[in-house]
Design a protein around this ligand. Sequence first.
Ligand code: FES
Ligand SMILES: [Fe+2]
Length: 417
Amino acid sequence: MNDLSDAAQRPGAEAFSHLGRSLEEIRSELGVDPVSVQSIRDPAVYELEREKIFKRTWLKVATDQELPEKGDYKVKELPVADASVLIVRGKDGKVRAFHNVCTHRGNKVVPTSGFETFGKSRANVLACRFHGWVFSTDGPLRSVPMESGFGKLDKACLGLREIACDSWEGFVFINFADPPEQSLAEYLGDFGKLFSGYPYNEATTAFRYSTVLECNWKVALYAFSEGYHVPTIHAGSLPGFRGIEHSDFKLIGPHASSTIYGLGMESAESTGQFAGVLHANPDQGPRPDLLPPGINPKRRPEFQFELPNIFPNFLIHLAAGCGYPGIAFFTHQFWPLDHGRTLWEGINYFRPARNAAERVAQFHINALHRNAWLEDTGTMEDTFTGIRSGAIDNMLLMDQEFMIRHADRSQHAYLAR
Ligand code: FES
Ligand SMILES: [Fe+2]
C-alpha cells in the first residue's frame, strides 16, 4: 500500500476542485467532432495496442482480499501479453508477480484452468510438476532434482521471472515493462489521490460474473463508460428510472471520471423491501460520508455512483451503497483475447451481511444488478458486427459519452509513443 492511502495525510475537497471540469471545458478540450471507429475495426491497431498499451501500462490483476494469507496465489491468464501471471503473497507478507513459467524448460509452474486459477502453498514453495523444480513463493529457485546431472547450474540466476507489481487501495497492479516508465503512484497521479481513502477492503463479499464476448475490447469498455444508454437499454431492469445527470467531469492524465446523480427510481415493491432490510443496517445503507472528499464534494443526496475509468481497461464504480442498495462499489474489466474477442469481468462488492435476511437481500440486489449487466453486454456483439460491416465510419458522441472520446484520445497518445 502506498502513502496515497494514508487518511491522515489526505487533503479536503478543495484540494481536488481543480480536477472538476464544466461541460463547456470538456467540450472545448475534447471537441465535439465524430470519432473514427477505425481503431476498433482494424486488427493491425490491436497488435499495436498489445505492445504499446497492454505491455507498458499498469494493469489491475488482483485484489488484496483475494490473497489474504501468506502462500495464497492467483494465476491470471493474459493472452493480450502472451502471458500467464502468478500473483502470490510470500512468506514475508508481500505480494509479488512472476511469469508462471518454469526456468527449466518453460512449463507452467502452476497448472491452470480457465482464465483465473486460485490456490495456496502451505509450505511457501511451488513445484513444477514436469521435473520437480521447486521455487520459493518470493521467487528464488530452491531445489532441483538430480542437480549434479546438469554439470553446471547457477541456481541463483534461475528464480521465477519477476514482473513489476504494486498495490493501490488494495488493488494489485502489474506492469510488463522492465522497468516500467512510471511507478504505479506516478501512473495514477491525481486519480490515485482523488479516489484514495474509501474503505474498499471492508467490502469483502464479492459476486463475480464473467463471459467471453465476440467483440473488440473497446466496444465492451465503451458500453460501460457512459450513462446515455440507461433510460433505454435498462428499461427492463430499471423500469422506474426517471433519468440521470452526468456531471463533475474529470480528465486526469489517461484516466477520466464523472459522477452519476439519479433523478429518481421507483423500484418494484419487492426491491424496496429488500433495500429496507439493508438500509436498516447503518453499514449496508447509503454511506456518502465514507466517500473520498473530492467525490460528490457537496454531498448531494441524489448521488448514485462515481464512474471512473482507469486507463486502459479497468472501471471502479464507487457507489457507497447509494446507487444500488448495499453495493459498496463494483468493478468492470475488459481483457482482449484477440482483436474480436474480449473477456469481460464484473464484480459487485458488498460489506458482509450480519444475518440471513441481509444475505438474502444482497442476493436480490445483486441479481437486479446482474440483470442490468446482461442488458449491457447484450449490445456489444451487435455493435462490433455493425462497425466491422463498414456501414459507419464514425461514432457520434454526446456529452454523457465524453469518457469514450477521452479514452480514444488516450489510446492514440500511447500508440504514438
Ligand atoms: S519444465 Fe519445470 S521442472 Fe522441467
Ligand atoms: Fe448499463
